[in-house]
Design a protein around this ligand. Structure first.
Ligand code: 13P
Length: 250
C-alpha cells in the first residue's frame, strides 16, 4: 500500500513574509499526526530557511524546487543539494518542465542532479511530462519513457524517489488531464520502472500527478489506482484549496 503524497510547488511566488504566512496557515491546518497522506511544501530558495523553522513542529516536509549537480564551486547563482540538505530540506523537485523548457535542462543534466541529490540524502521528486504537440502527434508514451529512463540512468536505488507526471499542456492552463489520460501514463511509467528495476520496486514507487489539480478534480484523479497524490502549483498558494486537495488524498 503506497502512502499518497501531496506537495505544493510555490514556484517563483511569495516574499519571505508572504511565504511565512502561507506556511504557518498550512502547518496549523496539517498539524501533527497526519498519517493518511504525506504533505510537503516547496517555497522559493530565499524563504526555505525561515519556512523550515515555522513548519518544523508539524508533519510537513520541506522541499526545494531545484538544485545543482555539484556540491560547491564556481557556479554563480546556483544552490547545491548539499546546501539544501544542511538547511533541513527533505525533498528536491528536479526536472520540472519549466526548468527543462525555460532553462535548457536536458534529461542528462536532470540525471546528474538526481544522482547528486540522492547521494546527499535528499528525497527526489523527478518530474516528467509531454508537450501538447507531443501528445497530438501520438508520442506521449515514448517521450515519458525516455525521460524516465534517462532521468534514472545509473540510479541503483529509487526508494527515496517519487516521480511526478506533469503534462506540460496542463500546467497553469486550467486544462487537467482526465483521470483516464493520467492513469494511462502513470501505469506506463510504472511498467517502465518495473522493467528497469523490478515489479516490486515499481509497486512501491509513488507517482504523483501535476497540472491544474484543484479541489474540484483532486478526488477523481487521486482515486485512480496508479495516481499516488499530486504536485500542486497554483492551488498550493491558498491554504483552503491546498488543504482541500490534501483531504482529497486522504
Ligand atoms: P499548476 O497546478 O499551477 O497547474 O502547476 C502544476 C505544477 O507545475 C506543479 O509543479
Amino acid at each position: 500500500m503506497r502512502t499518497k503524497i501531496v506537495v505544493g510547488n510555490w514556484k517563483m511566488n511569495n516574499t519571505i513574509a508572504e511565504s511565512l504566512e502561507l506556511a504557518t496557515g498550512i502547518a496549523e491546518a496539517v498539524g501533527k499526526g497526519i498519517h493518511c497522506c504525506e504533505v510537503g511544501i516547496a517555497p522559493s530558495f530565499p524563504a526555505l530557511h525561515e519556512v523550515g523553522k515555522v513548519i518544523e513542529w508539524s508533519d510537513i516536509s520541506l522541499a526545494a524546487q531545484n538544485c545543482h549537480y555539484e556540491n560547491d564551486g564556481a557556479f554563480t547563482g546556483e544552490v547545491s543539494a548539499r546546501m539544501l540538505a544542511a538547511l533541513g530540506c527533505s525533498f528536491v523537485i528536479l526536472g520540472h518542465s519549466e526548468r527543462r523548457q525555460l532553462f535548457g535542462e536536458t534529461s542528462a543534466i536532470v540525471n546528474r542532479k538526481v544522482k547528486k541529490a540522492l547521494e546527499e540524502g535528499l528525497r527526489v521528486i523527478l518530474c516528467v511530462g509531454e508537450t501538447l504537440h507531443e501528445r497530438e502527434i501520438g508520442v506521449t508514451e515514448s517521450v515519458i519513457t525516455g525521460q524516465v529512463v534517462e532521468g534514472l540512468d545509473g540510479v541503483s536505488d529509487i526508494s527515496n524517489l517519487v516521480i511526478a507526471y506533469e503534462p506540460v499542456w496542463a500546467i497553469g492552463t486550467g486544462m487537467t488531464a482526465t483521470s483516464a489520460q493520467a492513469e494511462e501514463v502513470h501505469a506506463s511509467i510504472r511498467a517502465t520502472v518495473a522493467g528497469i528495476y523490478s515489479p516490486a520496486v515499481a509497486d512501491h514507487l509513488r507517482i504523483q500527478y501535476g497540472g491544474s489539480v484543484k479541489p474540484s478534480n483532486a478526488v477523481e484523479l487521486f482515486s485512480m489506482p496508479n495516481i499516488d497524490g499530486g504536485l500542486i502549483g497554483g492551488a498550493s498558494l491558498n491554504v483552503g484549496d491546498f488543504m482541500a486537495i490534501v483531504k482529497a488524498a486522504c
